[in-house]
Write a protein that binds this ligand. Structure first.
Ligand SMILES: *[C@@H]1O[C@H](CO)[C@@H](O)[C@H](O)[C@H]1NC(C)=O
Ligand SMILES: *[C@@H]1O[C@H](CO)[C@@H](O)[C@H](O)[C@H]1NC(C)=O
Ligand SMILES: *[C@@H]1O[C@H](CO)[C@@H](O)[C@H](O)[C@H]1NC(C)=O
Ligand SMILES: *[C@@H]1O[C@H](CO)[C@@H](O)[C@H](O)[C@H]1NC(C)=O
Ligand SMILES: *[C@@H]1O[C@H](CO)[C@@H](O)[C@H](O)[C@H]1NC(C)=O
Length: 351
């Protein structure tokens, strides 16, 4: 007991000594740890006034050399807003962005504010340009999530892409460096993202229903896109019916969209189509009216897309109509009875 205490005391003292003697800058810690490609890009970008609490996602050298696109790094740091909001958001770090382009010259300056749950964390980044439409005061986000069987989290960004966190955080004088194995992909619009995800039927339905621009111009949407294999609609549907079905798969939030780490057992969300969606979380997997999220957290310019394994439409006949429909309604009723709390997202849809 005493021995253990002495050992701890020793470790503590040793750790303090290391901390005390090492006010090491971001660049020197990056370089010392082999992130030379990233450090070089940071050096070439605008200077930054680093303040405490920043999380820097640092891609490995290999991530830059193997990337098929030119990656630019933009440095911006302003954690004053994050600090001001820290109490109300219940998180304290400011993430700092790594910046990346999927087309050659776009920069994704990340960083930011974070909220953590058992399922993962959502970081609001420093990236903000005209394409980002998440509501006033919100910059683009990224989602850090745990995947069964992997001990370190994955980071989800645009176009359904993700990178892996590859090691422990490395402290520097104003925060931590978090190593990742790839560059972050800039979020794009809904149509481009659905295409990239292979959600061709849902994407085509959006066009037929003439909802593309309305949805893309709405701030903070969550799109639950049934996978192609289950999105089998009768060809006789009218445009109005089609629009109704699609709206039953879209939630508009008054705050940030529903990134998966924020889904909690018992939440109920109202869709644009007027139906309710109840969340059940079982074994760390979220189900929405019984539909499982197959691919979650594809970040888009104005929200997020989750691919699901069932059609959620309540009211319109589908093909095949009967068996699937009955099962779904049954599980819907069961789920509704089991909810413990209620959250209705404000649905202001500007059309
Ligand atoms: C990357 O940038 C270089 C120089 O700016 C240019 O020559 C090259 O074509 C770019 N590559 C891509 C894939 O955009
Ligand atoms: C990239 O964007 C910057 C700033 O918008 C611009 O000055 C520069 O010319 C662009 N570079 C290329 C290769 O398009
Ligand atoms: C959004 O990004 C801008 C520019 O990077 C930054 O100044 C601002 O603090 C960020 N806002 C939030 C809410 O993080
Ligand atoms: C979505 O983005 C693509 C480029 O990624 C663009 O060609 C298309 O016009 C955009 N769609 C809308 C409706 O803005
Ligand atoms: C949706 O949920 C709200 C609140 O729980 C409830 O008042 C409303 O009746 C529900 N609507 C439908 C269509 O089930």
């Amino acid at each position: 007991m005493l021995k253990q205490h002495i050992v701890s005391l020793f470790c503590l003292t040793a750790a303090s000594a290391v901390l005390a003697q090492s006010p090491q800058s971001l660049l020197s810690v990056l370089q010392a740890n082999g992130f030379t490609e990233y450090a070089q890009r940071l050096q070439a970008s605008e200077p930054v006034d680093l303040r405490p609490g920043i999380v820097v996602y640092a891609p490995s050298n290999n991530a830059f050399t193997s990337s098929s696109v030119n990656v630019t790094v933009a440095r911006r740091a302003d954690d004053t807003i994050a600090r001001r909001n820290a109490a109300s958001y219940n998180f304290g770090y400011v993430t700092y962005p790594t910046h990346v382009s999927s087309t050659g010259n776009n920069t994704l300056s990340t960083i930011i504010r974070k909220r953590e749950t058992d399922l993962g964390a959502v970081y609001e980044t420093l990236y903000q340009d005209q394409s980002v439409r998440l509501g006033a005061g919100h910059n683009q986000t990224l989602v850090q999530r745990y995947i069964p069987s992997a001990s370190l989290p994955f980071v989800f960004t645009g176009l359904g892409k993700y990178v892996r966190v590859t090691g422990d955080d490395i402290p520097f004088d104003h925060g931590v460096i978090r190593p990742i194995d790839g560059v972050l992909t800039l979020p794009r619009n809904l149509s481009t993202t659905l295409q990239s995800l292979g959600e061709t039927k849902f994407g085509a339905a959006l066009q037929s229903a003439d909802l593309v621009s309305a949805l893309q111009n709405t701030a903070s949407i969550t799109v639950l896109a049934p996978s192609d294999s289950v999105f089998n609609l009768a060809s006789t549907l009218t445009k109005t019916q089609l629009a109704q079905i699609i709206k039953e798969h879209v939630i508009v939030s008054s705050g940030l969209p529903l990134y998966s780490p924020w889904l909690e057992n018992g939440q109920v969300f109202r869709t644009l189509g007027g139906t309710n969606i109840t969340v059940v979380v079982r074994d760390n997997v979220a189900y929405l009216n019984g539909a499982k999220i197959l691919g979650g957290d594809s970040v888009i310019e104005n929200g997020v897309v989750h691919t699901i394994d069932k059609l959620l439409s309540q009211s319109i006949p589908t093909v095949p109509a009967n068996a699937a429909m009955k099962t779904r309604l049954l599980s819907w009723e069961t789920l509704t009875c089991s909810f413990m709390g209620t959250v209705i997202a404000a649905a202001h849809f500007l059309m």
